[in-house]
Ligand binder design. Structure first.
Ligand code: CU
Length: 117
């Protein structure tokens, strides 16, 4: 009797596993965080329905995202990060959101140079 239950559980797990890999997409996004707080903020920003894994690598400044494209749109996820004040790939976060970041988290922005006497 026990064996049958184990076999049944195993087949369910296998089925769920294949279903997961068939539906999910993994992308790497460039996000300029500077500390543990940034990491937490960035990961929290994309902690929404349809996202399976959000892992920010502080050294590489990369966010690894595994999500289900049928449940959530990548453009939406990028927007969530932008709203938090962080640039994503070549997209720039709104100035207002950026300014709300803690001072230590205000990473250097590329378009900030110039007009300094
Ligand atoms: Cu920070």
């Amino acid at each position: 009797m026990k064996k049958i239950i184990v076999a049944a559980l195993l087949s369910v797990a296998t089925f769920a596993g294949t279903e997961l890999s068939a539906q999910n997409t993994t992308v790497i996004l460039q996000v300029p965080g500077s500390c543990e707080m940034c990491k937490k903020r960035i990961e929290t920003a994309v902690d929404v329905k349809g996202v399976k894994v959000a892992d920010y690598n502080l050294e590489k400044k990369e966010l690894e995202l595994t999500y289900n494209p049928q449940k959530v749109d990548l453009a939406f996820l990028k927007q969530e990060i932008l709203n938090m004040g962080y640039d994503v790939d070549s997209l720039k976060a709104p100035e207002e959101a950026y300014k709300k970041l803690d001072h230590c988290c205000q990473y250097n922005r590329n378009h900030d140079h110039g007009s300094h006497d």
